[in-house]
Design a protein around this ligand. Structure first.
Ligand code: AMP
Length: 189
């Protein structure tokens, strides 16, 4: 195994992600990114494992960290089953919009329709939570993801894999988590 040269990792933004320990390291910069994964349809537990497998196969990307799974209660006006949620940490050479497109392709491949109810049930939902030190609020992509601070099903699993991560503009994960009650959240063994 050949470790990549330190310069390929965006060191300021790395959080808890180590560099990819891998031979096929090419020129570009490796960006740390955290993805929220959720499902409450068609065997949610299996949907999450499927999504982890697809994330691990993404081009120019390494799946480095996977949180435990959590069961969370749905919010919003729609009556629906509980969710299973987790967060993963990647190192990627994809740009933010390229990574978002890859996440949407995984959602489609797992059977999520393009049009869906805002608060409705979903086969799989992949949110780009954090991408390096990137901050933007574009029509297609807001970074960090605007829902992070109010969602215990994001912050609790994120704190399991990246407690010291400083989310741009928001603060340290452990501190953000400390402000949020676990509510109906349950960690699976
Ligand atoms: P949702 O129904 O929650 O999966 O939202 C999907 C829509 O949110 C897509 O149109 C995305 O372009 C947009 N979006 C904006 N910021 C993000 C983000 N950080 N991660 C995922 N989707 C995002």
């Amino acid at each position: 195994m050949v470790a990549p040269p330190a310069a390929v990792v965006d060191a300021d933004a790395v959080g808890h992600l180590p560099p990819p320990d891998e031979q096929r390291v090419s020129g570009g910069l490796w960006h740390p990114a955290y993805i929220g994964v959720g499902s409450n349809l068609d065997d949610p537990h299996a949907q999450l494992l499927r999504a982890f497998g697809k994330l691990a196969e993404l081009a120019d990307t390494r799946l480095i960290l996977t949180s435990p799974l959590y069961v969370s209660q749905p919010f919003g006006p729609v009556e629906q089953p509980d969710f299973v949620n987790a967060v993963v940490g990647l190192l990627t050479q994809l740009e933010p919009l390229g990574l978002l497109a890859a996440l949407q392709a995984i959602e489609l491949a797992q059977g999520r329709p393009r049009q869906h109810e805002r608060w409705g049930p979903r086969v799989v939902d992949l949110d780009l939570l954090v991408y390096g030190r990137e901050r933007r609020a574009d029509a297609d992509l807001t970074l960090p993801h605007p829902g992070i601070v109010e969602r215990n099903f994001v912050l609790y699993p994120l704190a399991d894999i990246a407690p010291d991560l400083d989310i741009p503009g928001l603060g340290r994960v452990t501190e953000l988590k400390g402000r949020l009650a676990p509510g109906g959240l349950r960690r699976l063994a």
